[in-house]
Design a protein around this ligand. Structure first.
Ligand SMILES: [Zn+2]
Ligand SMILES: [Zn+2]
Length: 152
């Protein structure tokens, strides 16, 4: 199941939570909404958005919600090397990410050859593979245009 991002069908956060057997709570709904409008947010960014919306919510509560949602497969946690973990609601399609070395901007990129072929490893060594995490590193168009040197 693919949850549509902003621009697609509106996210029915409550229905998604019930569907996964999770109690519908204001922080959970707010976290899902925050990630729909701001995909690839860090936990701190999600906390800032949720805190603005709900007022009384602790950072730890937001972290707990993210962990619970990730555990149920409602959000995907990605962690580019040297960056804090980011979260997104686009799950289940094993898409990849482009990361800018200069400004850390991160965008989605579909699997290069269609339906999750990356899950078919050349040699799986007997492992039962269910996810392939691919990051393409480079510089985003803005950074290339301003000729900012890579920050490595
Ligand atoms: Zn950049
Ligand atoms: Zn993504």
């Amino acid at each position: 199941m693919v949850i549509r991002m902003s621009g697609g069908t509106p996210l029915d956060a409550a229905a998604l939570l019930r569907d996964r057997g999770l109690t519908v709570t204001a922080p959970r709904v707010a976290v899902l909404r925050a990630l729909t409008s701001g995909p690839h947010s860090t936990a701190d960014e999600v906390y800032a958005t949720v805190h603005r919306e709900l007022g009384s919510v602790s950072r730890q509560a937001v972290y707990d919600v993210l962990a619970a949602l990730a555990g149920k497969g409602l959000v995907r946690r990605i962690q580019p090397a040297g960056s804090p973990a980011r979260y997104e609601t686009r799950v289940g399609d094993n898409h990849h990410h482009l990361v800018c070395r200069s400004c850390n901007r991160l965008v989605d990129v579909d699997c290069s050859t269609g339906e999750t072929p990356c899950l078919t490893a050349a040699d799986d060594a007997g492992y039962e593979v269910d996810e392939a995490e691919v990051f393409y590193w480079g510089r985003c168009p803005d950074c290339v245009a301003t000729a900012a040197p890579p920050s490595t």
